[in-house]
Design a protein around this ligand. Structure first.
Ligand code: BDR
Ligand code: CA
Length: 310
């Protein structure tokens, strides 16, 4: 079977870290590189977090720095959930891995345009890098298989009543991607709020007792404390691995094809992913939205992924 050629665009981030872990050594995925964006923390911090994660997990792929701020709005980071470093809870050893010297946008364009197989792009942060790349290099669209993203919500948000963080952090970028004509699959809070890293999940992964399980456990314990402080939950939603887990086993999620409009009106719904789940508007369908997740399968795949790190 041909591997899925994939680029991961992210802003690590505790849950991004687990997405990197899942994509980094799965036999079904050929991870071509990691591009980083400002989001959960400043670009400098998310960039170093990505490098540290790759070095620790022996994931030998280029890590490229991207946008340090959104297209239009002011940057807004998320220390309440991810801490001052963006990845509080784990002490990495001295860093020897370096950034690839290509800017993320150039890496994205070059890799997509040169590839024999179509490329899958997974985004788990604000979509600034991809939006800029699509505007600068529109021919990329011909060689992108699909964009699979964590972001949005057809119900309520997590940074405003209406908006989810990744979309709210750069609504105009999301607008560009959602209206690009590409195959877009959205994994929003509707499903990621169903995969909670409850203490028993952490205990289960700790039993694996390898370097990945140690990282998982330390990061998730801090993530849960922060999630509990902000949202009052005993286990935080493990958002970002879901699109990667979907690529590993599409049966984990049910999707429905809808019209989805990103609110860029600067109203109180700025950054909302308005998904016409009931097809009221009879408008062209541009996004596949996840509506159901098999939680048991999700944790099984996460467990298998952690076990693969010896
Ligand atoms: C998203 O926001 C970030 O804080 C997480 O990393 C995730 O990508 C969830 O809304
Ligand atoms: Ca993220």
């Amino acid at each position: 079977m041909r591997k899925i050629k994939m680029i991961l665009d992210c802003d690590p981030g505790h849950d991004d870290a687990i997405a990197i872990m899942m994509a980094g050594n799965n036999p079904k995925i050929d991870l071509l590189g990691i591009t980083v964006v400002a989001g959960n923390q400043t670009l400098e911090k998310t960039g170093y977090n990505a490098l540290n994660l790759c070095q620790y997990l022996n994931i030998d792929v280029p890590v490229c720095l991207g946008a340090s701020e959104p297209l239009i709005k002011e940057i807004q980071v998320c220390p309440d959930i991810h801490g001052e470093t963006g990845l509080d809870g784990f002490d990495f050893q001295e860093l020897t891995k370096n950034f690839d010297n290509r800017p993320a946008v150039h890496f994205l364009a070059e890799t997509v345009l040169k590839s024999e197989d179509k490329i899958t792009i997974v985004t788990t942060g604000p979509m600034t890098n991809l939006a800029i790349a699509l505007k600068l290099f529109p021919k990329m669209k011909d060689n992108i298989k699909e964009v699979v993203l964590m972001g949005g919500s057809y119900q309520n948000g997590n940074v405003t009543p209406a908006a989810e963080f990744n979309i709210y952090a750069d609504p105009e970028a999301a607008y560009i991607v959602f209206n690009s004509g590409l195959e877009v699959k959205m994994f929003g809070l509707d499903v990621t709020r169903r995969v909670l890293v409850l203490p028993e999940v952490i205990e289960r992964m700790e039993k694996i007792d390898n370097k990945a399980s140690v990282l998982f456990s330390k990061l998730m314990k801090v993530y849960n404390i922060n999630q509990n402080n902000v949202f009052g939950v005993a286990g935080g939603p493990l958002h970002d691995p879901l699109p990667v887990v979907y690529l590993i086993d599409p049966s984990v999620v049910d999707l429905t094809h809808v019209h989805c409009d990103i609110d860029i009106s600067h109203s109180s719904s700025y950054g909302r992913t308005n998904c016409d789940i009931f097809n009221y508007l009879k408008l062209p369908k541009n996004v596949h939205v996840a509506i159901k997740v098999d939680t048991e399968k999700y944790w099984d795949i996460i467990e298998e992924g952690i076990k693969r790190y010896t």
